[in-house]
Design a protein around this ligand. Structure first.
Ligand SMILES: Cc1ncc(COP(=O)(O)O)c(C=O)c1O
Length: 430
């Protein structure tokens, strides 16, 4: 259907720091002028909400979402290597590659996805179709649409083992489709017939490494591998599944670009997923795809330049992420121990084929459990000006709370300080 479309492959252009500075001064001048001239329009915001930060020690720190802002320091250092300029006339078409099953996938992005998986060794890409989505969130819905039998008399149950990613239940149910519905905890799922199990590994929220638990005929498995990257977990073997999902949000930290990708074995499932995205958003932003292609290429370059010894690997993007996460996990464990109010899960150590050394899982979230009589762990943190997400959202007890480990340094420092001061009430018997 899209064969008439030819694919334009172009080089992304970068500009010097001086040029950027001049452009930015000119932009600011123009902006001021336009604000003065257009007093009837709402004022333009010069600083985004995420940049408008309050440095007061009393401020509330919001660690409820998994916003990966800790990677900003790395990307700032990359400067123009990671700067993408897209001229106004480029990527105007809906189409990217008319000959590809995923007709809106930019060839540059496709190449860089294949290259990064090869460099990191975390997924087999041979014999898979690559489908790009507006974040892996869109791909989860596309996959549920594609995996649900269309002629079933009732909606297919979608299950995941507790604690599961808090968005799965609402993603399944908010449109009230007759194709699928949220079926709850995979551990207690007993119904016969078709079902879809989402397996998230490493898991959000608790960082555990997971496998399917239902294992019955008539089921399909969707592997959400958002966190299967060397900064979060040892890469013990390449993922080799029928349908797996990855996202730039957690791989490079560019959550704002909204790019995810699926590796899909079955061509019919792949075509249905493409159809879903076509109906939903008529493809995926080319600008975002090109930016993501550049980020992936910078990461692969950093890994290739670092070479293969464990010392050198620490210089790559994943070396940076691994060092930062290791340091953060060490600090939060110390703070938890000092306060005595919470516990954290333990993680196994395994050999990481990418870093060429044994490493421990260092998840993107801390899954805190209140060991005191306190029943509402999120409420307790809120009283200490820390916003986290209650265990209830993940199908668990309110004695658990999830906080992001991926925020900027200043917020993480405050988290550690505050956690270490939340102490367990002295036992009345002593
Ligand atoms: C397990 C998991 N899957 C999917 C997503 C969605 O990511 P995206 O930003 O690509 O939509 C997230 C985001 O936090 C996640 O934790």
């Amino acid at each position: 259907m899209f064969n008439f479309c030819t694919c334009v492959n172009f080089k992304q252009e970068s500009c010097s720091d001086e040029e950027q500075h001049r452009n930015s001064l000119a932009r600011k001048r123009d902006l001021k002028k336009s604000i003065n001239e257009t007093c009837n329009n709402p004022p333009l915001t010069l600083v985004s909400t995420s940049e408008r930060r309050d440095y007061g020690e009393d401020r509330v720190i919001n660690l409820d979402a998994g916003d990966p802002t800790m990677y900003e320091t790395y990307w700032k250092k990359m400067g123009k290597k990671a700067t993408v300029v897209i001229p106004g006339w480029r990527s105007m078409s809906y189409y990217s590659n008319g000959r590809s099953l995923c007709w809106f996938l930019e060839p540059d992005l496709c190449q860089q996805i294949l290259r990064l998986h090869r460099v990191v060794g975390n997924a087999i890409t041979e014999g898979r179709y690559i489908i790009v989505g507006t974040g892996s969130s869109q791909l989860i819905l596309a996959a549920l649409y594609a995996l649900s039998p269309p002629d079933s008399s009732e909606p297919t149950d979608v299950v995941s083992a507790v604690p599961y990613y808090s968005s799965y239940p609402s993603m399944c149910d908010y449109l009230k489709t007759s194709l699928f519905k949220w079926g709850g905890d995979a551990h207690t799922y007993e119904k016969e017939g078709s079902y879809i199990e989402i397996v998230t590994s490493p898991n959000n929220p608790d960082g555990s490494l997971r496998e399917p638990v239902v294992n019955r005929s008539g089921g399909a498995v969707l592997h959400d591998l958002a966190y299967y990257w060397p900064h979060y977990t040892p890469i013990a073997a390449p993922a080799d599944f029928d349908l797996s999902l990855f996202t730039a949000s957690k791989c490079t930290g560019h959550a704002g670009s909204r790019i995810g990708w699926a590796l899909v074995k079955n061509p019919e499932i792949a075509m249905k997923m493409v159809k879903f995205i076509e109906l939903n958003t008529i493809g995926v932003s080319k600008d975002s795809q090109l930016r993501t292609a550049r980020m992936l290429s910078v990461i692969s370059d950093s890994c290739e330049q670092a070479g293969s010894t464990s010392d050198n690997r620490s210089e790559s993007f994943y070396g940076f992420g691994h060092r930062l996460m290791t340091e953060r996990w060490c600090r939060i464990r110390q703070a938890v121990k000092h306060g005595g109010m919470f516990t954290l899960p333990d993680f196994p150590t395994a050999y990481c084929n990418f870093l060429n050394q044994p490493t421990e899982t260092r998840p993107a979230f801390a899954w805190l459990k209140c060991e005191d009589e306190e029943e509402d762990c999120a409420g307790l943190l809120r009283r200490h000006k820390i916003l986290g997400r209650s265990g209830v959202s993940f199908g668990c007890s309110p004695k658990f709370v999830r906080v992001s480990m991926m925020d900027r340094d200043d917020n993480f420092d405050l988290l550690v300080q505050r956690i270490s001061k939340i102490t367990a009430a002295p036992n009345s018997e002593h």
